[in-house]
Design a protein around this ligand. Structure first.
Ligand code: MEV
Length: 339
C-alpha cells in the first residue's frame, strides 16, 4: 500500500479568468487530501472516501466506470468524487503502462468537496502520486501536476486551467498563465477562510461565465480586468520579502485588490448570497480584503487578517458554518507512507 497527500488551496486572485489565459495566483494551504492505494490482483477499483464535512461512502466496481452500482450516498457527492478518482486512475494506469491495474483506494480529506478549496485537484494529485508509486513508476511533482490537470480537464469537459492541480502538486504560492506554471515567493499571508457548508458545480459555473463572456463584450472585459488585478497583485508580491512578515501597506493593497476581484466575480454571476454575507462580515470585522475562492456558487471565502477579528466575526455569522485560519503550505504532494 502506498499513501500520498496533497494540499488544498485558496485563490489570492484570478479564478475563472485563468480559464481564458489570464494569470492567477492560488496558494496551497495546510489542509490535505490523503489517498491510500493498494494494488489488487484483479482489475477492479474499490473506493472508500471520507470527507470531514460530508458523509463518507464506499463503492466497488469493475475496471471501467460503466458498471458502477447504486450506492447509499448522495449521488452528486459520489459522482463528483468518483469522476476525479476514475480519471486519476486512468492517468496512473497510462503513466505506468499498466492498463489493467486494479486498486483499493481510500480517500480521506480535510478539504470540503466542491467548496473552492481545491479538493478535487488534491485528490487527483495525491491519487496519481500514490497509484504510480504503488505500480513502481513514480513521477516527479510536475508530471503529477500535468497528469492531474488532464484528469480534471476530462472531468470538467475541457473547462479547466492548470492552476488548482499545479498548486496542489507543487505547494506554496504559484502563478499560472495558460501552460506557463511556476512557483513564486510570497511572505506568509494571514488567510482566514469562511465556509458556508455548501458547494458549487465548477463545470456549470465555468460554463456560465463562458456564456456571459460570449454574449456581452463587457463580461469579456471583466475577465480581462481580473487579469489586470492579478498582474498588479503579483508585482506587489514580487517586491515583498518572503522571509519577513508582510508589512501593513502590502496587506492593505492586496486586500483592496481582493475586494475588487470579488466584485468582478460577483458581476460574472459566480458569487452567492452566503458568500457575499461572509465577505461583508469579514470586511466589517476589519479584514484587509475578502473574496470568494474557487469556482464560487457556494463554499468558501478567503480574507486577509492577521488579527483574530475576522475569524471571530465569521464564526458568529449565520451563513458561515466553519471559519478557520489557513496557513500557507509550502510543501506540495508527498509520499506519506508505504508498506
Ligand atoms: C476552480 O477551483 C477554479 C476555476 O478557475 C476553474 C479552473 O481554473 O479550472 C473556476
Amino acid at each position: 500500500m502506498t499513501v500520498s497527500t496533497a494540499p488544498g488551496k485558496v485563490y489570492l486572485f484570478g479564478e475563472h479568468a485563468v480559464v481564458y489565459g489570464e494569470p492567477a495566483v492560488p496558494c496551497a494551504i495546510e489542509r490535505r487530501a490523503r489517498v491510500a492505494v493498494d494494488e489488487r490482483d484483479d482489475d477492479h477499483i474499490r473506493v472508500e472516501a471520507r470527507d470531514l464535512s460530508l458523509d463518507g461512502f464506499t463503492v466497488e466496481y469493475a475496471g471501467d466506470t460503466d458498471g458502477r452500482p447504486d450506492v447509499d450516498a448522495p449521488t452528486d457527492l459520489v459522482d463528483a468524487a468518483m469522476g476525479y478518482i476514475d480519471a486519476a486512475v486512468e492517468q496512473a494506469r497510462d503513466a505506468a503502462d499498466a492498463p489493467d491495474a486494479g486498486f483499493d483506494i481510500r480517500v480521506e480529506s480535510e478539504i470540503p468537496l466542491g467548496a473552492g478549496l481545491g479538493s478535487s485537484a488534491a485528490v487527483a494529485v495525491a491519487g496519481i502520486d500514490a497509484a504510480t508509486r504503488e505500480l513502481g513508476a513514480p513521477l516527479g511533482p510536475k508530471e503529477v501536476a500535468d497528469r492531474a490537470y488532464r484528469a480534471e480537464y476530462d472531468v470538467q469537459d475541457g473547462q479547466a486551467s492548470r492552476a488548482d492541480t499545479f498548486c496542489s502538486a507543487m505547494g506554496g504560492a504559484v502563478r499560472v498563465e495558460g501552460d506557463d506554471c511556476r512557483r513564486i515567493d510570497t511572505p506568509n499571508l494571514p488567510f482566514v477562510v469562511g465556509f458556508d457548508g455548501g458547494a458549487g458545480d465548477t463545470g456549470e459555473l465555468v460554463a456560465g461565465v463562458r456564456r456571459l463572456k460570449r454574449e456581452y463584450g463587457f463580461a469579456a472585459d471583466t475577465v480581462g480586468n481580473i487579469g489586470d488585478i492579478v498582474r498588479r497583485g503579483e508585482s506587489l508580491l514580487a517586491g515583498a520579502d518572503p522571509a519577513a512578515d508582510p508589512d501593513p501597506d502590502l496587506l492593505a493593497e492586496l486586500g483592496r485588490l481582493m475586494d475588487f476581484d470579488h466584485g468582478l466575480l460577483e458581476a460574472l454571476g459566480v458569487s452567492s448570497r452566503t458568500l457575499d454575507s461572509m465577505v461583508w462580515a469579514a470586511r466589517e470585522a476589519g479584514a484587509h480584503g475578502a473574496k470568494l475562492t474557487g469556482a464560487g456558487g457556494g463554499g468558501c471565502i478567503v480574507a486577509l487578517d492577521e488579527t483574530p477579528e475576522t475569524r471571530t466575526a465569521l464564526s458568529y455569522t449565520a451563513e458561515c458554518r466553519d471559519a478557520f485560519r489557513a496557513e500557507l503550505d509550502r510543501e506540495g504532494v508527498r509520499e506519506a507512507g508505504r508498506r
